[in-house]
Each structure stands twice: as structure tokens, then as C-alpha cells.
Design a protein around this ligand. Structure first.
Ligand code: HEC
Ligand code: HEC
Length: 356
């Protein structure tokens, strides 16, 4: 057959049935071609997540969120000393509680209480934040009064409503324990000192990163690590502006902000000293009710919420954030999606006995 092009393909053929068959075949090839062009079109979202490890899947110019890094190498001897001290009740005056009593590994590094309870049932004035990932926070405590993890340790030891002790008592007790004394001499050139106790505990805390949350996998390009509802929640989180405060690797922990930017959260409440927040550190009027923006990592495990533990559920906390920080009433659907998104921030939980 001479190559006469498509026309001859039909014209040459006299049998109507045969012509129809060829026409259908031609149509089929055309449809398949069209489909394959459509399937290989560039999809913006998918491309942007695979292009960069640190992509956010949304090309909206807002703050990027970053996956949690793997823990940096901490000196093993110090980490294991810190792990032991973290659950050592000799750090409290009456031997009744340890750090781990209020920062439980089965509760995302918190105590699950509205406010903490210290020695002899003393009720503290504030909710216990998680110790997990705390090494990545820019300062420690709700009001940021400790500039480092090392500086933080002295707080609970001396707080009469927490461990009610002192460095003198703690060092005396630890020095009397030969094994502890020996390990400190092995781990630090100057042996057992208050600084080194704090440093060992801080080294342990820095090892407590909750890596590999589903959201981290999503940020690294595994687009199916999140389902449609969770991605919808992430989209709201960006578009509503949660991300302007909850940002960086921790989705928080890198700035101070007022609680009640667009609504008075404290109206009609009796205000406690803890409610004054950063004001307690600086004494400046503009720091009243200013707090460290908390990390949202593992937030699904750390109810109740807020510095005063006033929100029992994540849904309630999200609704109140909408109201007081963004000045908008979030719909039930939006809250549901955001809570689903926040659930994806739960990473691998450290095991308490792993390093002991
Ligand atoms: C009685 C309960 C209790 C005990 C015991 C306790 N903590 Fe805490 N921890 C809290 C509370 C409550 C806060 C928040 C205090 C504040 O912000 O003013 C806190 C805050 C922290 C923070 C800051 C986290 C952040 O995001 O700001 C770290 C780190 C921490 N504790 C580690 C420790 C260590 C280490 C010990 C043992 C030496 C310890 N805690 C003992 C209740 C406790
Ligand atoms: C203007 C800054 C800002 C914005 C915007 C913001 N937050 Fe917050 N968020 C905070 C601060 C500050 C706190 C701590 C409040 C307190 O307890 O005193 C907080 C606390 C939270 C908590 C409780 C965490 C815990 O461990 O107790 C959740 C959950 C939360 N925010 C989610 C959201 C969501 C979701 C949005 C968007 C709908 C949002 N936030 C918007 C600043 C902000």
C-alpha cells in the first residue's frame, strides 16, 4: 500500500464494517495519546515537594517548616549519666520525685496534669511542657527565664513546689554514691559538680528528639505520608496564619508572643503570677501575658494545653487559638482538619530505659 496518509486509510477501504473498525482503532490511539500527555503534565504540588528536601508543598511564600534533624552526637557517658539522674529521686528533698515524675515518657514528656504537683503534694502554678525536643527551643520555660537546658536544671531542684532541694544537698547525696562519683570523674575532668550534673542532664535531654513523624516524612517528599484531611489541615495552618507563630523545626519554640493578640484571653479570669508570663522576667509592661510560643511536636500526646492547662482537648485549644490569636471563629470542619494535621506531628517516642 502506497503511503497516502490518513485519508487513504479510510477511502481505500470499501467495506463499511472494516472502515468503522479502523476508525475506532484510530480514535482509541488518539485517546491514549491525549491521556498520556495529560498524565505527564507538571503537577505543581508534587513537583515542589520532591524538588527540595525542605519544601513545604505549598508555594505560598510563607515561613517554611522543617523536618526534625537527627539528634547530634552527645557524649555517651554523659548522656547515660543524665538519663540516670533524670529519674533519680535523690534530686528532690524528700526522695519522692524525680524529673521524670513530671516529664513522663509515656505522656510525650509531660505529666498530663493541668498544673504540676511537686513534693508533699505542692501544686505548682503552671502546666509542664514536654522535655522532648526541648534542646531545639531558643529558651526554656514558658517565660523564657532559662537561656539554656543547663541553666534550666537548677529551677526544679530549687523550686519549693517542685523538688524543694538545693545543689548542696544534691551534691552531698550523689557524692556519697560511689558509682555515680566514679562515673562523673570518668565523664568530666573536674568530676562531680553542680555544672556537670546540669550538663549531664542537658546532654540526655538533647538526645530526646522525636524524629520521623509522618509530617517529617511528608516534608522530605513522601507525599502520601499525609491523607487528604491532614493536608487540608496543614493548608489551613498556613493560610490562617498559625504558621506565623508556630514555625521552624518545632512549629514553635523560636519566639515570644502575647497570648491574646486579637482577643482578651484573660478577661474575666483571676490572673495568677504565671499568667503574667515574660513580664515576670523583664518587668516591662509590653511583656504582660507574653509567652514562649510552644512547640507543637507531639502535641496530640500532651493534653491539657496552654500555660494554665485550661484546654482539655486539642480541638478546644485550636478553637481558642483561632479566637484569641487570629480573631476568627474557626468552623468545626477547619478545626477537625487542623487537629488531624497536628496528629501527624507525633514522632518516635524515646524509650525511657534505652540509654540507662
Ligand atoms: C513537679 C514537677 C516537675 C519536676 C519534678 C520537674 N519539672 Fe521540669 N517542668 C515542670 C513545669 C511545671 C515546667 C514549666 C515551668 C515554667 O515554665 O515556669 C517545667 C519545665 C521544664 C523544662 C522547659 C521546657 C520548655 O519547653 O520550656 C525543662 C527542659 C524541664 N522542665 C526539665 C526538667 C528537669 C531536667 C527536671 C529534673 C531536674 C525537671 N524538669 C523536674 C515540672 C517539673
Ligand atoms: C500570634 C501568635 C500565635 C498564633 C497566630 C497562633 N498561636 Fe498557637 N500559641 C501561641 C502562644 C503564645 C501559645 C501559648 C499560649 C499560652 O499557653 O499561654 C500557643 C499555644 C498553642 C497550643 C497549645 C500548645 C500546648 O502545648 O499547650 C496549640 C495547640 C496551638 N497554639 C495551636 C495553634 C493553631 C492551630 C493556630 C492557628 C489556628 C495557632 N496556634 C495560632 C501563639 C500563636
Amino acid at each position: 500500500m502506497p503511503p497516502l496518509g490518513e485519508i487513504s486509510f479510510f477511502v481505500r477501504c470499501t467495506d463499511f464494517g472494516e472502515a468503522m473498525k479502523r476508525f475506532l482503532l484510530f480514535a482509541l490511539v488518539f485517546v491514549v495519546l491525549l491521556f498520556s500527555v495529560w498524565i505527564s503534565r507538571p503537577v505543581r504540588e508534587e513537583l515542589s515537594t520532591t524538588q527540595s528536601v525542605f519544601s513545604t508543598a505549598f508555594d505560598d511564600g510563607l515561613q517554611p517548616l522543617l523536618p526534625l534533624p537527627v539528634p547530634s552526637e552527645q557524649p555517651l557517658l554523659r548522656v547515660s549519666l543524665g538519663a540516670r539522674l533524670f529519674s533519680d529521686t535523690r534530686l528532690s528533698a524528700d526522695y519522692s520525685i524525680a524529673c521524670v515524675s513530671c516529664h513522663r515518657f509515656d505522656l510525650g514528656g509531660t505529666d498530663g496534669r493541668r498544673v504540676s504537683i511537686g513534693i508533699q503534694g505542692g501544686r505548682g502554678g503552671i502546666n509542664a511542657p514536654s522535655v522532648f525536643n526541648s534542646g531545639l527551643s531558643f529558651v526554656q520555660f514558658w517565660d523564657g527565664r532559662a537561656v539554656s537546658l543547663q541553666a534550666q536544671v537548677a529551677g526544679p531542684i530549687h523550686n519549693p513546689l517542685e523538688m524543694g532541694s538545693s545543689w548542696r544537698i544534691v551534691l552531698e547525696r550523689l557524692a556519697a554514691d560511689e558509682a555515680v562519683h566514679r562515673d562523673f570523674v570518668a565523664a568530666y575532668p573536674d568530676g562531680l559538680t553542680a555544672e556537670n550534673v546540669a550538663d549531664a542532664i542537658a546532654s540526655f535531654e538533647r538526645s530526646l528528639l522525636t524524629v520521623d513523624a509522618r509530617f517529617d516524612r511528608y516534608l522530605r517528599g513522601e507525599t502520601n505520608a499525609l491523607n487528604a484531611l491532614e493536608i487540608e489541615g496543614y493548608r489551613h495552618f498556613r493560610e490562617f496564619g498559625c504558621i506565623s507563630c508556630h514555625q521552624g523545626v518545632l512549629l514553635g519554640g523560636n519566639m515570644f508572643q502575647k497570648f491574646g493578640v486579637l482577643g482578651d484571653y484573660f478577661a474575666g479570669r483571676s490572673i495568677t503570677q504565671a499568667d503574667l508570663g515574660r513580664y515576670n522576667v523583664t518587668g516591662r509592661d509590653e511583656d504582660r501575658h507574653v509567652f514562649k510560643v510552644p512547640s507543637l511536636r507531639n502535641v496530640a500526646l500532651t493534653a491539657p494545653y496552654f500555660h494554665d492547662g485550661s484546654a482539655n482537648s486539642l480541638g478546644k485549644a485550636v478553637a481558642e487559638m483561632g479566637r484569641y490569636q487570629l480573631g476568627r471563629k474557626l468552623s468545626d470542619d477547619a478545626i477537625k482538619a487542623i487537629v488531624a494535621f497536628l496528629d501527624t506531628l507525633t514522632g518516635q517516642q524515646p524509650i525511657q530505659s534505652a540509654v540507662q
